[in-house]
Design a protein around this ligand. Structure first.
Ligand SMILES: NC(=O)c1ccc[n+]([C@@H]2O[C@H](COP(=O)([O-])OP(=O)(O)OC[C@H]3O[C@@H](n4cnc5c(N)ncnc54)[C@H](OP(=O)(O)O)[C@@H]3O)[C@@H](O)[C@H]2O)c1
Length: 213
């Protein structure tokens, strides 16, 4: 498959790009600008510019011919204005562009509690609300969609063992394992047209995803 990864230079995005390449997919590594090309050097991926704040027509062009778009982008700055620009409006722009480009499948990396965002301090709330809005827009799109609501991300090595369910208690999960979950979504039909929580757990990724109801 041809798969475009948004936020490919990010800590989770790079794991996703690396795994997709290993699985033999044609990977387009979506970068904010050409200068970020070094961040995916050495990975089996074609760099493409996919700035979520740019002219949406550029996203449509970048997505053309993709079978899947995976959104791992997120604002670096927790300030609500930046979060609304990237995690809300940028993600919505990507969803709309994927529809216009005829991409059939869209997987969005979101955050645990984005579906009940009225909690945490001001900055946490603003991130959760931004993600709730874009997640909800994705669920009402014409795309075959998945929202992966990840627990607190860590840079520890992946264990390959997770828990996945409609709702879970708070926890942590290595970014490497989140990448494996995102790839698992491409082969497990139970992940289609739904959101779910994911954190570290006891089951191998494929087994955990197959328990989703
Ligand atoms: N931190 C947590 O505990 C947690 C928990 C659950 C979910 N999440 C979410 O998981 C996702 C990935 O997190 P992460 O920590 O792996 O991310 P990260 O390392 O901060 O990477 C974010 C990516 O988004 C890209 N980006 C920023 N602005 C962009 C724009 N205008 N257009 C296109 N791409 C842009 C960045 O590009 P540059 O490299 O060029 O800046 C980078 O590739 C985020 O959405 C985050 O909110 C985080």
């Amino acid at each position: 498959m041809v798969i475009t990864v948004l936020g490919a230079s990010g800590r989770t995005g790079r794991h996703v790009v690396r795994l997709l390449g290993r699985w033999g997919h044609t990977v387009r590594a979506g970068l904010r600008n050409r200068r970020r090309g070094e961040s995916v050097a050495g990975l089996a991926a074609i760099p493409v510019v996919t700035d979520l704040t740019a002219d949406p027509d550029e996203l449509v062009d970048a997505f053309a011919g993709s079978d899947v778009v995976i959104n791992c982008a997120g604002a670096a700055d927790p300030d609500p204005a930046a979060v609304n620009l990237i995690d809300r409006d940028g993600a919505i722009a990507a969803i709309r562009a994927a529809e216009r480009a005829g991409v059939p499948r869209f997987v969005q990396l979101s955050a645990m509690f984005a579906d009940s965002p009225d909690q945490g301090d001001r900055l946490v709330r603003s991130i959760l609300y931004a993600k709730q809005i874009s997640d909800s827009m994705l669920s009402r799109s014409s795309l075959v969609w998945t929202v992966v609501r990840a627990a607190t991300l860590t840079d520890e090595p992946g264990t390959g063992r997770i828990a996945a369910a409609g709702h879970l208690d708070a926890g942590r999960i290595p970014r490497e394992d989140v990448a494996a979950v995102i790839l698992g979504c491409l082969i497990e039909a139970r992940t289609e047209n739904r959101g779910f929580d994911v954190r570290s757990g006891d089951l191998p990724v494929a087994a955990a995803l197959s328990t989703l109801d």
